[in-house]
Design a protein around this ligand. Sequence first.
Ligand code: F6R
Length: 607
Amino acid sequence: MCGIVGYIGRKDAVPFLIDGLKALEYRGYDSAGIYVTGSGAVKRAGKVAVLASSLPDTFSGNAGIAHTRWATHGPPTERNAHPHTDASQSVWIVHNGIIENHAELRDMLIQEGIPFSSDTDTEVLSQLIGTYHTRGDLLEDAVEKALKKIRGTYGLAVMSNREPSKIVIARLGSPLMFGVGTDEYYIASDATPLLSRTRNVIYLEDGELAILTKEGYVVRDMSRQPIEKTIETLEWSTEAAQKHSFEHFMLKEIMEIPEVIQDTLRGRVATKDGDAVLGGLRDVAKRFKDVRRIIITGCGSAYYAGFVGKHLIEEFAGIPVEIEIASELRYRPFTADPKHTVLLAVSQSGETADTLEAIRLAKKQGMLTLGIVNVVGSTIARETDAGIYNHAGPEIGVASTKAFVSQLVVLILVALFLGRMRTLSTAEGKKLAKALLKLPEQVRTILAGRKAIEKIARKYSNVENVLYIGRKYQCPVAYEGALKLKEISYIHAEGYGAGEMKHGPLALIDESFPTVALAPRDSLYEKMCSNIEEIRARGGKVIAVTTDGNNAIRRIADDVIFVPKTHEALLPILTTIPLQLFAYYVARERGLPIDKPRNLAKSVTVE
Ligand code: F6R
């Protein structure tokens, strides 16, 4: 993995390929490369800007492919960067995904006398395609034959200097789409590079292969049967994917949260009835009547959002909810009572490999599968039986911020919707609905006070460890706060249920090991105060996040961040935002690449 772009048409391909790679930089990568018909290939370790400045002035052509690589097999060097070629240098390919049987295929090809020039799994594919193609197969047939030999996942674009006016693309488990222009096509692994060129897009499905020329395109399956595709319209604006005057996308995206909450709520809150209107669930609503169990799954932040969702659904709808990270769920039997079980998957990108596999497993067993997804038209959005879009707009910073908040908002709506179908009273529903609508303004207040959070962040920016604690709704917020800090500041941080302190973590505490305590005035506030006292008694510093007016907490905390009062179930939304800002300012103080932390990619399309 990580990002693919391609162009075929009447114009010079290079400007789109370089712009496209830049638009994909947010996904994280460590090397980049480009192949253009007539000009050849250039690859560089490091940034797209380095690649762009290495291109000779004459580098141009009407068709080309390019790639940003995030190393999986072999170090991030020029020799391992894509495009990869075959022994005769006829075929050039860019590939996202993983070839699982690459070692055995490599051995087989080496025995046939084929020399390899990289450490990647992808080169096995370029060599295989090259073998068939140089023996006389058309490029598309050579690609198809090679794909039948491999096990694994791919989104790939292939060119050949024997058939220079053609690009063949194929997909299995790794997203790929192409924008449709007039006599030109733009290929991309996500929609961001396409926004500046066209709104008309065709998504490839798993098992599909497309042949693109400037005159047109043909999509077919692996038995060469043609497939009719629908052209869909991209909704995101180009504006939304730009940084404007902000120093980082992460800060821009945090500052957008009030509008994101409004967009997520738009048309979905029935204040008079105290209910949620979820059009995406209308067709499957009947099945909720007999639901006895919900399993929520996701990875990273999406999983933590799901963890808050567990509390919400159990509290408001009385349905037992299990929560499990998708990478574990997909490998355990969770088959009991599939007719009465719903799998609810949470994913910003809608492309996370583990989440997708957990969904496929649940579907196979006959469960109803639902998705809470931000990227419209993504694989999870298309493969789940029904779902709810976040409408959070493109999230470019690798660390999830606005999408996480939007996931929490959707989960509250789901809890309200399921609750009102069961025992939740109109009066309780109305209380929640009213509180939901106040959130955007309340978030604005927190954001307006960000200077104070920046000051606290500066004070702690040199520590080596931070503990985050919370209870009930605030426990997953603690997990998420710790994740945010570790991924962008590289400070070791752990989230814990505060009640666990005496069972181990308290041993870590001394003056150098601060704790962020999520202590809003909620039903477990007194218990949190006891945990804070225990930390203080061991010399630990405490940064408390509490609700407005609770000045008394200053007696037991070293630093205090206030958030507005709201319904207890909605507090995670408000307490999360100071933690995002805290992580942001700590990382900025440490001078780190906040939007693209080391070793991380925005969307994890391989296992
Ligand atoms: C952390 C973060 C990741 C993602 C995770 C799931 O800030 O962004 O932990 O939440 O990789 O990604 P999606 O939501 O795209 O499935």
